[in-house]
Write a protein that binds this ligand. Structure first.
Ligand code: UD1
Ligand code: CA
Length: 438
């Protein structure tokens, strides 16, 4: 074990005005608490304990996939009381890191610096210098050495003038923490058991108190409202966009891309504005994503062109040089090289061969109201516009389907199949005229 991690997640988050517990509100489609857990897991072998309270069962269910331990805090009597609930689950001699479920953008590199500063026997605080320190606990120093933390509500004027603030994140020797927490009192302005009071205890014992700082101040910003959630979402998306550009991806506007999952890009990928990527999406070399596309759990083969206004849903696998154009939806379908569906189509539960042309308005009727069925379109097929393929159905290699065909039986290869009624023109037919009112 390299590290114990205690994540505080018991707060109600009243200002979110939501039935969803605060720490489950998403950043990039993932609960804030999930981001904190993922970051903690980047630190090595970690023993993570989440302190939960309000909406507790919902929080546990949402994070049930992760390897976590849980400690309930009810009632909530302050941050020191919260850590006290989890400390029996921490295993010495590994130190304990305290994180917050509503501080989602903290980075592993910053935490590693804090852990390194703490070593085995020091108390390490993550602090920041703010122009406006209002509301935060202040770091009080004498001769440069930290002596205590004073909360805003308990501070005098001189203390309130201090601009070095407590982010709340700290690393402490686990045995010392377990010894200090039961000794905390609540005789302060808020009547709470303050975690921050352990600093004075450490100093009284002669333990060294050290500090480290985040690379960027937004790393330690907490979320208490929807406005703050939205602000951190934008910061997160900007970070993702910067990482993509760093890898060589061209973004028409880094402020207009949303990645809610893992976006893997090859060389010379271009992404136009207002595209949303969800789940695991892979864009291979030379892919072009035009404006206003929504792509989820899909693989886009090299040199393919998607959009504008295309939607690729889970299970879409496109090979090389595939074109998916305006208002085309693809779901659970494999489309082989050089095939095109350029306008207004639905391709679902389908296997499409190479060099296939899917005409405008083509629909795979994959759902009979109860079950889903597959459509198979072999190589070199030409599908005329406004065709319905009623699955299960197969279109043989080289077949042509006439426009307006409703295909209910397999179409033979290298043959024209048409299902429409014969066209007739009625000589002498007159358009109806509007009846005159008497
Ligand atoms: C705390 C710090 C303050 C620091 C600030 C940074 C203390 C006493 N103060 O103040 O020095 O500048 O964070 O944002 O620690 N929580 C629980 N159970 C509780 C109380 C809180 O789980 O009983 C959780 C909350 O959900 C929240 C976090 O702990 O995520 C911080 O609690 P909050 O009461 O908001 O602390 P602050 O007053 O902001
Ligand atoms: Ca408080």
């Amino acid at each position: 074990m390299t590290l114990n991690v205690i994540i505080l997640a018991a707060g109600q988050g009243k200002r979110m005005r939501s039935d969803l517990p605060k720490v489950l509100h998403p950043i990039a489609g993932k609960p804030m608490l999930g981001h904190v857990i993922d970051t903690a897991q980047q630190l090595g072998t970690v023993n993570i304990c989440v302190v939960y309270g309000h909406g507790g069962e919902q929080v546990r269910e949402a994070l049930s996939a992760a390897d976590l331990r849980w400690a309930k805090q009810a009632p909530q009597l302050g941050t020191g009381h919260a850590v006290l609930q989890a400390i029996p689950l921490a295993v010495p001699p590994a130190p304990t890191l305290v994180l917050y479920g509503d501080v989602p953008l903290i980075r592993a590199s910053t935490l590693q610096r804090l852990i390194d500063a703490a070593g085995e026997d020091k108390l390490a605080l993550l602090t920041a210098h703010l122009d406006d320190p209002h509301g935060y606990g202040r770091i009080v120093r004498h001769d440069g050495k930290v002596t205590c933390i004073v909360e805003e509500k308990d501070a005098d004027d001189a203390e309130r003038a201090i601009k070095e603030i407590n982010t709340g994140i700290l690393v402490a020797p686990t045995e010392a923490l377990a010894r200090w927490l039961p000794q905390l009192g609540n005789r302060n302005a808020q009547g709470e058991y303050y975690l921050t009071d352990i600093v004075a205890m450490a100093v009284a014992e002669g333990m060294e108190v050290v500090t480290a700082h985040p690379d960027a101040n937004w790393e330690t910003d907490g979320v208490n409202s929807k406005a703050q959630l939205a602000r951190l979402e934008r910061i997160h998306q900007r970070n993702v966009a910067e990482a993509l550009m760093e890898q060589g991806v061209t973004l028409a506007d880094p402020a207009r891309i949303d990645v809610r999952g893992q976006l893997i890009c090859g060389r010379d990928v271009f992404i136009d504005v207002n595209c949303v990527f969800e789940g695991r999406v892979e864009l291979q070399d030379g892919v072009r994503i035009n404006a206003n596309c929504v792509i989820q759990d899909a693989v886009v083969g090299p040199k393919s062109i998607i959009g504008p206004f295309a939607r690729l849903r889970p299970g879409t696998v496109l090979a090389e040089d595939v074109h998916i154009g305006n208002f085309v939806e693809v779901k659970n379908a494999a489309i082989a090289a050089h095939s095109k569906a350029n306008h207004l189509a639905y391709i679902g539960d389908a296997t499409v061969g190479s060099r296939v042309n899917v005409g405008a308005g083509t629909i795979t009727c994959n759902y009979d109201g109860a079950n889903k069925h597959r459509t198979i379109i072999e190589d070199d097929v030409f599908i005329g516009s406004d065709t319905q393929l009623v699955a299960p159905v197969t279109v043989g290699k080289g077949a042509t389907l006439g426009a307006g065909t409703t295909l209910t039986k397999d179409a033979p290869p290298d043959t024209l199949t048409v299902s429409r009624a014969k066209q007739i023109s009625l000589a002498g037919w007159k358009r109806p005229v509007k009846a005159k009112k008497e």
